[in-house]
Ligand binder design. Structure first.
Ligand code: ATP
Length: 217
């Protein structure tokens, strides 16, 4: 990820105040900072959900505004807020998500979705309607949705808020495996022990600026 002089204003509030940041391919990177520091705004800009006032962002060479299709394809984002469609089952939700990326029904697609469900402990809920899931389970589906198109870069915005201890461990094992397989991971969290044990490098954001950037150790 290459973020250059990213500036985003909401009226008089400057949410991103000139962010310069590079995350290397294959890194496990942490984004920390108090509520309102600009973490979600930065992630939204990466994902093309927020337009910067100025500056530019590239995902593996694809610029998020100009090469938006390619940039979206390279990125999987687990959003902070629970969003789900109450009309579909877990499997239908994942199939539809795959369809957004042009991945049509195939044995390969189904095998990958099965693997994701297994790793997130969702297999027994595959045919349950989204409304029937608990909050933590809905969050796992959000993680699954972000992975469906096998993005090389995975961004997780506070993925473990409201998730029980067991799943937290399963989730991190899975994400660490993806990282070992070469995926780049960007994580925001308010659990410092989580950031400390998982991330190789951390950036600390405050009022839209990077106030610290260093190796975790
Ligand atoms: P948290 O840890 O609470 O998730 P954060 O670091 O992700 O916080 P952001 O959500 O990026 O913070 O918010 C940064 C600032 O921008 C905050 O002051 C917030 O109120 C403001 N902000 C975010 N989105 C909007 C919006 N759509 N319109 C106006 N202001 C916004």
């Amino acid at each position: 990820l290459r973020i250059q002089q990213a500036i985003k204003r909401y009226g008089t509030l400057t949410a991103l105040d000139g962010i310069d940041l590079e995350v290397q391919q294959g890194e496990f990177f942490g984004l920390l900072g108090p509520n309102g520091a600009g973490k979600t705004t930065l992630i939204s800009a990466l994902a093309g959900l927020v337009r910067l006032d100025s500056g530019r962002i590239e995902v593996m060479g694809a610029e998020v505004v100009r090469d938006y299709r390619q940039a979206r394809r390279l990125l999987g984002v687990v959003p902070q807020e629970l969003v789900f469609d109450p009309f579909f089952s877990v499997r239908e939700t994942l199939n539809i998500q795959a369809g957004y990326f042009g991945i049509t029904a195939s044995r390969q697609r189904d095998a990958w979705i099965d693997e994701i469900l297994e790793n997130l402990d969702l297999t027994s809920k595959a045919n349950a309607n989204m409304r029937m899931l608990s909050g933590g389970m809905k969050r796992r589906v959000l993680v699954a949705q972000a992975l469906v198109h096998r993005p090389p870069v995975i961004v997780l915005d506070e993925p473990t808020a409201g998730v029980d201890v067991g799943l937290r461990q399963t989730l991190w094992q899975f994400i660490q495996r993806l990282n070992r397989d070469g995926h780049t991971i960007v994580l925001t969290t308010h659990y410092l022990e989580e950031a400390e044990s998982l991330c190789e490098r951390l950036a600390m954001l405050k009022a839209g600026r990077i106030v610290a950037l260093d190796r975790t150790d």
